[in-house]
Design a protein around this ligand. Structure first.
Ligand SMILES: [Zn+2]
Length: 211
């Protein structure tokens, strides 16, 4: 079925974010007092559904300013199923089953079902992740964008796995939801960040187009 599936978490005042990061705050600047409605939103760059730029982990690498909008679009995105239990790590063994399917793709969505925990404390406890072998598999298949339902790329070794992905310029989308609504093996994925000058990440409106 053709259409657009929204893969974005709603950004709300006080919503849970990665442990240690500040929660978003939403205040009202004008509530029709001057005839219009204006809000003040304060959020961490890694809030809800968001992208990571290489500088998030690597001091001298690219920031959002250095990346064109199309770098956050997967023109042909494979939906890879990895129905993960708590603590499961996607390995190259699982990825190999997709060796044929991934040909010609520039992005991958890892569909785990973990998004059902989004907004709860359990979301941050033992979320599914990737290992080094998976990063190599993505790299070997010329994947330049990977989308995850988890809040980070690995529950324990997130520093190492972020580094390996980002030094290879495989950009990361974290916190996708609604992937269970995707009915096609391939989609076009859009998750373009705000153009925040020289920064490390940004919340996005992520969506999949089924053609
Ligand atoms: Zn992030």
């Amino acid at each position: 079925m053709k259409g657009i599936i929204d893969l974005t978490q709603t950004l709300k005042d006080g919503m849970l974010v990665f442990p240690g990061d500040p929660c978003p705050k939403i205040k009202t600047a004008h509530r029709y007092d001057n005839g219009y409605f204006v809000s003040i939103v304060t959020f961490c760059t890694h809030t809800g559904t968001h992208v990571d730029a290489p500088v998030h982990r690597l001091k001298k690498k690219k920031s959002l300013t250095d990346l064109s909008a199309d770098r956050y679009i997967g023109w042909k995105t494979l939906v890879l199923d990895f129905s993960a239990k708590k603590g499961s790590i996607l390995t190259s063994e699982v990825c190999k089953k997709y060796d044929k399917a991934v040909k010609g793709c520039d992005a991958v969505i890892v569909r785990t079902g973990w998004a059902k925990n989004a907004g709860k404390k359990a979301y941050y406890d033992g979320f599914p992740g990737l290992d080094e072998g998976t990063v190599d598999w993505l790299k070997d298949n010329n994947i330049r964008l990977v989308g995850l339902e988890s809040p980070s790329v690995n529950p324990v070794r997130h520093l190492d796995i972020h580094k390996k992905l980002l030094e290879n310029e495989i950009l990361i989308i974290e916190g996708l939801v609604n992937t269970d609504r995707i009915t096609s093996k391939y989609v076009e994925l859009h998750a373009v960040p705000l153009l925040l000058d020289k920064l490390d990440g940004s919340p996005v409106r992520a969506y999949a187009i089924i053609r």
